[in-house]
Design a protein around this ligand. Sequence first.
Ligand SMILES: CC(C)(COP(=O)(O)OP(=O)(O)OC[C@H]1O[C@@H](n2cnc3c(N)ncnc32)[C@H](O)[C@@H]1OP(=O)(O)O)[C@@H](O)C(=O)NCCC(=O)NCCSC(=O)C[C@H](O)C(=O)O
Ligand SMILES: [Mg+2]
Length: 282
Amino acid sequence: MTLSRPLRSVLYIPASKERALEKARGLPCDAIIFDLEDAVAVDEKENARVLLGETLKTGVYGKRMKIVRINGFDSAWGKEDAAAVASMDADAVLLPKVESVAQLDALAAITGDMPIWAMMETPRGMMNAADIAAHPKMQGFVMGTNDLAKELNTRFRADRLPMMAGLGLCLLAARAEGIAAIDGVYNAFKDEDGLRAECEQGRDMGFDGKTLIHPAQLDVANECFAPSEAEADLARRQIEAFNAAEAAGEGVAVVDGKIVENLHIVTAKRILAQVEAIAEMA
Ligand SMILES: CC(C)(COP(=O)(O)OP(=O)(O)OC[C@H]1O[C@@H](n2cnc3c(N)ncnc32)[C@H](O)[C@@H]1OP(=O)(O)O)[C@@H](O)C(=O)NCCC(=O)NCCSC(=O)C[C@H](O)C(=O)O
Ligand SMILES: [Mg+2]
């Protein structure tokens, strides 16, 4: 299930927080994850589900993609969450701690045609990433780097070196199947420089965007995961030069001292399509 919309900034909102649900209607995020899982206290689980259903009925989130994260099926709420989401005005359902195709089949048996997203946040899930990505309802991976750190017993490091194997496996699987891949959250939500560094790293790796926990993180993610002016300008010049080379019967052009072949044109066109899609979000 391929998606062509921008997913630079994917904001978590605890579904129990009425003020945050309201505030998000005016925030510049590409997608929202309405959370019924970890951000909602046990005593609030059922109220949050009802509040979310009512809130989504009002349909005021505009072009922002609406994803609902349910509780796992090993919890007391998972199955009821899934049944409720199936009739909500949501674009996709997000299942936490996905480790097997069987879990996805069980969810799809309840949510029907609704696209599924998977939280990739356990070692077993990452080892099975290829099969999970290939599920017919799968539309995107969200990295759960907090759970992954817990499971691996790693320390949080600025370079995220201990997580690279898991993140890389998920990216490979996502790209092999043409689904979205969104990086994990940056917990220190007041540390803009740290967030920027992690967004740049995620973008360099190939992620489509970053999950965020606070509105203050939106601008940095939107900037880092969008093509820069320089990238867009280069893409246009590469396409122009390649078209001219082809017209002259040649298969290679040179731009800024570097070769441009048809594979670079695929990337250039993708960059320009992204620029257009981002402009349409405004
Ligand atoms: C982190 C927070 C608890 C901070 O909350 P708070 O102290 O209330 O923040 P502020 O006072 O600075 O808030 C300013 C205004 O912004 C609104 N707000 C805050 N957060 C959000 C949000 N996420 N979405 C929309 N709006 C938000 C406040 O309502 C204030 O509005 P106003 O009244 O107009 O001033 C809080 O930000 C928070 O709860 N964040 C989300 C936490 C969350 O969702 N966690 C779960 C996802 S992370 C995870 O589980 C990842 C994964 O599974 C893994 O394993 O890694
Ligand atoms: Mg998690």
